[in-house]
Design a protein around this ligand. Structure first.
Ligand code: BGC
Length: 741
């Protein structure tokens, strides 16, 4: 295929033509230039459905868009732990986009869930960067396989909504790399997204849209990103600084304002024209690939996509608790269905991801069309936290007259959306009160949750069943009942921890504490990395989710094979219904002397097993599975030595374990300097020679002979050893010899 747009084409454009191309034409289009035969390209929000606005445009989902399938939000799809499903979701979106002449889908959102109060958690996958990287890559590959580009967002460390345009995320380098950049890095390296969207916020005081280190040094020079970087809508404060930092496309358009500034900057020499050329070329390469050369796709059937939305929800809904195995519900049972959310479900998030759904099937619609013997009462109102005595009375009467109660609870949209953070992790008071009353009226109480992120459950022990459906998309009703009645065996696992209280969470006290600054004091200890370190009791751990069957894990084998380590184990379905199990592989580093999480997810696999069936699962670990980011050397470092491999059904239900010796990196031996403590020196056999040669051994042995002295003296750095009669020359001699090793 001949290339239409190359550097010489760009160089043939006038400065003003170039300037027009690096800022949007309007809300959803890039600029076109008819004289030069450059068409405009259209983009539209995702990530859980297409929000193509036909008429008046806005970024907050306020105006209606064309009808589209509303897939489950990422909070739910992440719980599938199913990369194949995420790929298919991407394909469905890609097909829909192509059919609507949309060239770029704005999504997925791959930010880390740092606090359960973050308003946009519903749109993000997980608290774990490995999981986000794998699921995000599958989604991107799916969309792009249909010739539609994506914009992976919001790059980076955009973990709160309040003051999102101006707040600075103050985060140390190791945490940034290990927690907040990893998913972006994985997706860039693996899935080659067309674009990345830089976020509104700053990192350590530098606005992301003007952050050279982020947009050029890390993204391009280190990770080799070949696509274009666009801004989040309105994220650019200074478009010249942004171009210099590596931002290629400012969105949305600003009339002629931005192009005039560019023309002036080229004229006065404050912007190099070659810099502008680079950005123009990257934008035109997108136009060429995703618009001009866009492949045609066959027209899609909206009902088929609705069915996919249902299946996606069904493979993701998480059965958190099923005491006395009262689920699945049988058709012979009399069911009280309670809650306004059954009638007016919360099935998608608010803000830019809001879709004009094709066909919403509420839980009430779905139960009406089932063979279940049910009675519906509203119970509470969504637009208030106050209880309504009459509604509660009706609900309690219905509960008393039924075998089982299905209570639809959740977080109303006014409490949780893009654009602001949540004030509380609690459900509205009227719902909590009603749960407690219902539990007295009928002990077979089933709570079905619709919410964007973890909620507290002070009522957990009063109810038998808790089902987490998050924001389940337009097929919410069908998917929910299929799980409740056992038509589908639940297989979702939590992609985030459900803590007991907001006070238990890692960023408690600092999240949103300041208007200007968000200080990431908890460092790498986010999500289960924090709860496990603190041995904190939680309501439900990361990776947790029940099934109507049981699984047995056996025969863990770990085979180191060149630079990949093969881990295999067997899973058997030991119950009497078919089911899917998500097995999880966690690595525990027992060798490096740095702050470390107890264990970290480094592999997972979902398998389908019929009753009695056994399957061998194989997972591969590579160097990165054992690496930590060493700020001193700016490299991913692996220390040779012992690691523990844990395999299980959740982060706190580990079934198999093996200690292995890893030899993929360097020796875990830090350089010796004047600041090295004697205790570190005497532990190391490899330094004996250097100690002897430099004459230090005799002196040190002399003073550490007595036990009392030893502990005290070993806690002295080498540079202070003059106290023991060691000369500065002897010491530097030793340090030199030690580091030659
Ligand atoms: C959001 C983005 C979205 C854009 C366009 C912004 O406010 O942060 O996620 O893609 O608007 O709607």
């Amino acid at each position: 295929m001949t290339v239409k747009f190359d550097l010489s084409f760009v160089q043939g454009l006038t400065v003003s033509e170039k300037a027009e191309l690096v800022s949007g034409k309007n809300f959803w289009f890039t600029a076109k230039n008819e004289d030069k035969d450059i068409p405009g390209m259209m983009m539209t929000d995702g990530p859980s459905g297409l929000r193509k606005q036909a008429d008046s445009a806005d970024a907050l989902g306020l105006n209606k868009s064309v009808e589209a399938i509303c897939f489950p939000s990422s909070a739910l799809t992440a719980s599938s732990f199913n990369t194949k499903m995420l790929f298919e979701l991407g394909e469905n979106l890609g097909i829909a986009a192509r059919t609507e002449n949309v060239d770029i889908v704005l999504g997925p959102g791959v930010n880390i869930k740092r606090s359960p109060l973050a308003g946009r958690n519903f749109e993000y996958f997980s608290e774990d960067p490995f999981l986000v990287g794998e699921l995000g890559s599958a989604y991107v590959e799916g969309v792009q396989s249909k010739g539609v580009g994506v914009s992976v967002k919001h790059f980076a460390a955009n973990n709160r909504e309040n003051q999102r345009f101006t707040s600075t995320s103050n985060v140390d380098e190791r945490t940034l790399r290990e927690i907040y950049l990893t998913a972006f890095e994985t997706i860039v390296r693996k899935a080659h997204p067309a674009t990345l969207m830089c976020s509104y916020n700053a990192i350590n005081g530098v606005l992301n849209s003007q952050n050279y280190r982020l947009l050029t040094e890390i993204l391009r020079n280190e990770w080799g990103f070949q696509g274009a970087v666009m801004s989040d809508w309105g994220a650019v404060a200074d478009n010249i600084a942004a171009l210099k930092a590596g931002l290629d496309l400012e969105m949305p358009g600003t009339g002629t304002d931005s192009s005039e500034k560019i023309i002036a900057a080229i004229k006065d020499g404050s912007l190099e024209e070659t810099q502008l050329d680079t950005a123009v070329l990257r934008v035109l390469q997108l136009v060429e690939k995703y618009h001009i050369n866009a492949t045609k796709v066959a027209k899609y059937d909206k009902d088929d996509q609705h069915e996919f939305a249902r299946k996606a929800a069904e493979s993701s809904i998480v059965l958190l608790q099923n005491n006395d195995a009262i689920l699945p519900i049988k058709s012979s049972e009399r069911i009280a269905v309670i809650g306004e959310l059954a009638q007016k479900p919360r099935y998608q998030g608010g803000g830019s991801s809001h879709v004009n759904a094709y066909k919403v099937v509420s839980p009430l619609d779905a139960v009406k069309h089932s063979n279940l013997n049910y009675q519906f009462t509203t119970g509470y109102q969504l637009d208030t936290e106050n209880g309504d005595e009459e509604l509660e009375k009706q609900a309690l009467e219905s509960a008393k007259a039924s075998d089982k109660v299905v209570f639809f609870a959740g977080v109303p949209e006014q409490m949780e959306s893009e654009g602001f953070d949540k004030q509380t992790m609690d459900l509205p008071a009227n719902q909590t009160n009603l749960i407690n009353q219902l539990s007295q009226a009928n002990s077979n109480l089933i709570v079905v949750l619709q919410n964007g992120s973890a909620v507290t459950m002070p009522w957990k022990d009063n109810v038998k069943v808790i089902v987490e459906t998050y924001l389940a998309g337009e097929a919410v009703g069908e998917a929910t009942w299929n799980i409740l009645t056992g038509v589908v065996n639940p297989s979702g696992k939590l992609a985030e921890t459900f803590p007991q209280r907001i006070q238990d969470t890692p960023a408690y006290g600092t999240f949103n504490a300041s208007v200007r600054e968000e200080n990431y004091h908890e460092g790498i200890f986010v999500g289960y990395r924090y709860y496990d370190l603190k041995q904190q009791a939680v309501n439900f751990p990361f990776g947790h989710g029940l099934s109507y069957t049981t699984f047995k894990y056996d025969n863990l084998r770990v085979d180191p094979d060149s630079n990949k380590i093969k881990v295999s184990f067997e899973i058997t379905n030991t119950g009497d219904v078919a089911g899917d199990e998500v097995s999880q592989l966690y690595v525990q580093n027992s060798v490096s002397s740095i702050e470390l999480p107890v264990r970290e997810l480094k592999g997972f696999k979902k398998v389908h097993l019929n009753p009695g069936e056994k399957q061998t699962v194989q997972l591969l670990l590579d160097r990165r599975s054992f690496a930590w980011y060493d700020v001193e050397s700016s490299t991913w470092r692996v220390d040779n030595g012992e690691y523990e491999i844990n395999v299980g059904s959740s982060s706190r239900d580990l079934r198999l374990q093996q200690t292995i010796n890893v030899n993929l990196g360097s020796e875990a031996k830090p350089l010796i300097s004047g600041n090295t403590y004697l205790s570190e020196v005497v532990q190391r056999d490899d330094l004996k020679d250097a100690l002897i040669k430099s004459g230090l051994k005799q002196i040190i042995d002399g003073v550490t002979e007595s036990d009392e002295n030893r502990e005290l003296l070993e806690n002295i750095p080498l540079r202070s050893m003059v106290m023991l009669g060691i000369s500065a020359e002897q010491m530097s001699n030793f340090i030199e010899l030690a580091n030659q090793k």
